[in-house]
Ligand binder design. Structure first.
Ligand SMILES: Cc1cc2nc3c(=O)[nH]c(=O)nc-3n(C[C@H](O)[C@H](O)[C@H](O)COP(=O)(O)O)c2cc1C
Length: 451
């Protein structure tokens, strides 16, 4: 990152008309035309006007139907049940912007490395070197069932597989030397000696190559990761250039920041070249009363089904199968195969070794405006807090979810961005055109990711 340090701003979106706050699709001002390119392109223009670094799309490969093993309530409640293909949405948004980075989530458990490398490599070309890949290992049996398997892979095992997956994807991205392409109509299309086969034969994956997408304008897409468990953080420290996290407050954020930056250094990488950004919400108004009113309207949009469906989905456990006040046994907790980061947070926040379903509802904050820190008030109030977190090294930036689409981002761009710019902690313009340039990351070089 270049000097002076600047806040990295990321928009946290779903490829539906909601954010991770599912009730946001019900907000009176949310747009409903999410099955058209106009919806996503409008969003891209708002974010680019506000000099956001990245528009990011979350993803999962199944509806949240683990609760009572039924999808009907989730569908009727619009609980993130539409998930359009993120690479298409990334391209659509990229065509309506010129500087905004665009990230999408892709699973290492259910896709093949060659597929991910090709899809994200193609998008990176089509949007001029502005693509990012959020690497997830996926979370639940619904995803397994959609991909011909009965159950999801165990937590740590899927990260072991993901380590090798990364070597194959990054390996393929390296196989076209940057100057391999010639396109001389009188001569050669490309230099055959500068396009290599990968010939990967590992424990979990085999992929021969040659890869079919040339070196991209930023070398390769930026790598995002958001593991929250010990194993997940270790994986992020090894591979990620942009790390998302889930924190409770500034103290927790500072401790997490120090821990993750330490893990990056321990992995032999430069911690200053990795951005750490916690998820958060912002409610801003010209007056505090207006901000409170906006918060109250949004807060009223959450329904119990949002929490239960999203908890069951994330933890990979049917919370409808257990009485609300029955504690989970040690064995049950150990056997949960979903997000260990969330399970461990509930145990820590509740102070109970054996939490109940009610504790999971209460202390995960899932599906409600309790899941991430909230910055609320006038532009000055919000900027004060965001600047303090940033300057105190609680974070390098934010993954900002809103509760009205796109109005929440319009508010932020109109009211908070100028205040942060005035204080010199937020970019007034993009530094370059590729995402790597705009994040202050070095241009990718072949093999630079190898230990
Ligand atoms: C901001 C943010 C965005 C995330 N996006 C996704 C996503 O799109 N898909 C997904 O399956 N998990 C997503 N996760 C979850 C993490 O990838 C991770 O699986 C989870 O936090 C549990 O950590 P663990 O895997 O280390 O147990 C996200 C987490 C955060 C904090």
């Amino acid at each position: 990152m270049s000097d002076p340090r600047q806040i990295t701003m990321i928009a946290f979106m779903q490829a539906q008309n909601c954010s991770n706050y599912t009730g946001s699709w019900r907000h009176p001002s949310s747009h409903s035309d999410f099955l058209t390119p106009a919806y996503f392109q409008r969003m891209a223009r708002v974010l680019e006007e506000g000099k956001f670094h990245v528009a990011f799309f979350d993803d999962r490969l199944a509806m949240p139907d683990r609760y009572k093993n039924d999808h009907v309530e989730a569908v009727e409640g619009g609980v993130r049940v539409v998930k359009l293909d993120v690479t298409t949405i990334m391209t659509v948004m990229g065509l309506a912007s010129t500087k905004l980075g665009i990230g999408g989530t892709g699973s290492t458990t259910y896709f093949e490395p060659f597929h991910i490398a090709r899809a994200w490599g193609t998008v990176d070309h089509m949007i001029g070197g502005r693509a990012a890949w959020n690497v997830v290992t996926s979370v639940n049996d619904g995803e397994a069932l959609n991909f011909g398997r009965d159950t999801h892979v165990d937590h740590d095992h899927r990260y072991d597989m993901a380590d090798e997956f990364m070597e194959v994807v990054l390996g393929h991205w390296d196989t076209w030397e940057p100057d391999a392409l010639i396109v001389d109509k009188e001569g050669r299309f490309a230099d055959g000696k500068k396009v290599h086969r990968l010939d990967h034969k590992g424990r979990y994956y085999q992929s021969r190559g040659p890869f079919t997408v040339p070196w991209t304008p930023q070398g390769r897409p930026v790598i995002i990761q958001a593991g929250q468990s010990g194993r997940g953080k270790q994986f992020a420290a090894r591979w990620a250039e942009l790390i998302f996290c889930s924190v409770r407050n500034i103290e927790h954020a500072k401790a997490n920041y120090a821990e993750v930056k330490g893990a990056i250094a321990a992995a032999g990488r430069d911690p200053e070249k990795v951005v750490i950004a916690p998820a958060c919400y912002v409610f801003v108004g010209e007056t505090r009363a207006m901000a409170e009113e906006k918060f109250a309207i949004s807060d009223s949009l959450a329904r119990p089904i949002d929490t239960l469906a999203l908890l069951s989905e994330a933890i990979n456990f049917d919370f409808g199968s257990k009485p609300m006040d029955e504690p989970f046994s040690d064995q049950e907790l150990a056997q949960l195969t979903g997000m260990h980061g969330m399970r461990d947070r509930v145990i820590a926040n509740s102070g109970k070794k054996n939490p109940t379903t009610r504790d999971f509802v209460e202390h995960s904050g899932r599906g409600r405006l309790r899941e991430a820190p909230i910055f609320k008030g006038t532009p000055k109030d919000v900027a004060d807090e965001m600047e303090a977190w940033f300057k105190d090294r609680a974070c390098d930036g934010y993954v900002l979810a809103t509760t009205e689409m796109p109005g929440g981002y319009e508010d932020f761009v109109r009211l908070v961005v100028p205040e942060l710019q005035r204080r010199g902690v937020y970019q007034k313009d993009y530094r370059g055109t590729t995402l790597r340039e705009n994040l202050g990351l070095p241009m990718a070089r072949r093999g630079d990711w190898r230990k």
